[in-house]
Ligand binder design. Structure first.
Ligand code: M6R
Length: 605
């Protein structure tokens, strides 16, 4: 989704801005632009496509400046084009914007009445003209920003620059993240701290409604009532540079192979030999968790699948009923909140608009408390939840979520164990299995070469079915999501028992059917379902427990996985499906890390 970088310095900033945009590429975008101010005049370049195209333009035009703003745009209003790319300019004002202005049509009509001419189809252009209108009257940047945002409805992270005041940039956020990067004789703004890691490790996360005035040697922050505030400075010491592929061809493959390590980090210090550390979330949380009699989980996409898997653990281990909803549905439905219900949100980024809106609704709906499972410290979801349990996946760059997903499952299992405090005697075997999980993952990743070979079978396919039963059904759902999002093959997941209620009609020799088959109490039922596929000439790809007794034939490929304890099977069976999607996508020549039309962090509704 859109990305923002801004800088005000005593040195030229064009290279810093371009590097910042490059670091935001993983979020997904379709055009990029940059405005510098030099001798009180804007120098603007915009390009459709990649940041490298913008970098070429900047180099050819040989421009530089000590203050600048830059943007990667993910089209919402209007096609990807130079005119629609940011920054948008109104005479001496230039703006970049993340989010969606819902009342832009009304604003646009009013501004046209006032004589403004629109050159783009974007909602942002209404904001820049509105700002210009106020600045013309007041000649005061802060006042103009205050008057402008009063009229905006929707979500925004905005950064503003003015030709007349070239040593200043302004920023504000409402529903879209913005972080200040603190330098020496220079300061920065970005929608994600990752964009600024090459220039600083000191950050201030702006809060909802905050406004900031940035100069090279000063940072003034005001809250939503425009009173000066001091926000905490955070130093990020993580030296890991996520922008490095470590010799892997794609970030996605690197992130798949990082899973044993990421899972080990997520467990580190949180489980003893036999049990979960009950004070993991602090003493207050422990008291809250002991009162919980119902759980509501809300999330989007892959994170939603992690929630579906967690439901099994929470209900089985803790004996507590658990509902799981898609955030965009939950936020608009009538919700009945029982007494002592815990609200859990799950998000890799912690900035997903629908998940955040669901949390805000939940906070107003009488839940006992809220808990965020998240991969990004200081994200909006973490800051707005009563408690948070971080996944320690490390920065995930590939749009297709892999290590974030498996670490979410692990973190949710820890929550399930905390909720099951009264049944402590059952914890031992689960905890011991969790200790073994990184090693098992490592073993499963050794299937990579064989999965790569078999991926050739899928290159010409247009459809695929994924089957699973019980907790493996959401694993199959996640497998189907992975395949469709990066290879663009239409893929559906079904609970295998549902096959004969409709989807069996699709099965013929051209339909690959991918199945996950651990050796559990549902294995024999699953085998019967698979016979229904075989009888109709379907091509089966079975990822099965080595002791499950599957044999290969012309229409059946079997991949043997180690026999693992049931509680870790959802993670173990996810890995081969990730590898399969990855290799199919590579063979089909898609943009694996930045699939078309998708964004890493979906900060608009
Ligand atoms: O950052 P979040 O976990 O809230 O993101 C939710 C979804 O947008 C995300 O999981 C999406 O489905 C992934 N691209 C799937 O790989």
């Amino acid at each position: 989704m859109c990305g923002i970088v801004g800088a005000v310095s005593q040195r030229n900033v064009e290279k810093i801005l371009l590097e910042g945009l490059k670091r935001l590429e993983y979020r997904g975008y379709d055009s990029a632009g940059m405005a510098l101010v030099h001798n009180q005049k804007f120098l603007i370049n915009k390009a459709v496509g990649k940041v490298s195209a913008l970098a070429e333009l900047v180099q050819q035009s040989n421009i530089s400046g000590k203050t600048g703003i830059a943007h990667t745009r993910w089209a919402t209003h209007g096609i990807p084009s130079q005119n629609n790319a940011h920054p948008h300019t109104s005479e001496n004002i230039s703006i970049v914007h993340n989010g969606i202005i819902e009342n832009y049509k009304e604003l646009r009509s009013e501004l046209i009445e006032l004589g403004y001419v629109f050159l783009s189809e974007t909602d942002t252009e209404a904001v820049v003209h509105l700002f210009h209108y106020h600045y013309k009257q007041t000649h005061d940047l802060m006042l103009s920003l205050q008057q402008t945002i009063k009229k905006l409805q929707g979500a925004y992270g905005l950064v503003v620059m003015c030709e007349n005041e070239p040593d200043t940039i302004l920023g504000t956020r409402s529903g879209s993240p913005l972080v200040v990067g603190i330098g020496i004789d220079e300061n920065f703004l970005a929608s994600d701290q990752l964009a600024l890691r090459q220039v600083t490790d000191r950050f201030i996360y702006l809060e909802e409604g905050d406004v900031v005035k940035l100069r090279s040697n000063s940072i003034d922050i005001f809250d939503q009532s425009f009173s000066p505030v001091v926000r905490e400075e955070v130093v990020i010491s993580d030296v890991h540079d996520a922008a490095d592929k470590d010799g892997f061809r794609h970030y996605m493959l690197k992130e798949i192979f990082e899973q044993p390590e990421a899972i080990a980090r997520t467990l580190d210090g949180r489980i003893s030999h036999e049990s979960v550390v009950q004070d993991l979330l602090g003493e207050e949380a422990r008291t809250v968790l002991s009162q919980v009699t119902q759980v509501q989980i809300v999330a989007c996409g892959t994170s939603y699948h992690a929630g579906l898997i967690a439901k099994y653990a929470i209900e089985e281990w803790a004996g507590i009923p658990c509902l799981v909803d898609i955030a965009s549905e939950y936020r608009y439905r009538k919700v009945i909140v029982p007494d002592n219900a815990l609200f859990i949100s799950i998000s890799q980024s912690g900035e997903t608009a629908d998940t955040l809106a669901a949390l805000r609704k939940a906070k107003a709906s009488g839940y006992l408390s809220s808990l965020a499972i998240c991969n990004v410290p200081n994200s909006s979801l973490v800051r707005e939840s009563a408690f948070s349990l971080m996944t320690c996946a490390g920065v995930e760059i590939g749009v297709a979520s892999t290590k974030a997903f498996t670490t979410q499952i692990v973190a949710l299992q820890l929550v399930a164990l905390m909720l099951a405090e009264k049944r402590k005697e059952e914890h031992k075997s689960i905890v011991q299995a969790l200790h073994q999980l990184p090693d098992y993952c490592q073993r499963v990743l050794e299937l990579n070469d064989r999965i790569e070979k078999i991926s050739e079978h899928f290159v010409e396919k247009h459809h695929a079915l994924f089957l699973g039963r019980g907790v493996q059904y959401p694993v199959a759902m996640e497998g189907a999501l992975k395949l469709k999002e990066i290879s663009y093959i239409h893929a559906e997941a079904y609970a295998a028992g549902e096959l004969k209620h409709g989807p069996l009609a699709l099965v013929d020799s051209d339909m690959p059917v991918i199945t996950v088959a651990p050796n559990n109490e549902l294995l024999e039922k699953l085998k019967s379902n698979l016979e229904e596929v075989q009888a109709r000439g379907g091509k089966l790809y079975v990822f099965a427990d080595q002791s499950a007794g599957f044999s290969e034939d012309a229409n059946t490929q079997v991949f043997n996985l180690p026999h693992v304890p049931a509680c870790i099977a959802p993670i173990i069976y996810t890995l081969p499906l990730q590898l399969l999607s990855y290799h199919v996508a590579v063979m089909r020549g898609t943009d694996v890390d930045q699939p078309r039309n998708l964004a890493k962090s979906v900060t608009v509704e």
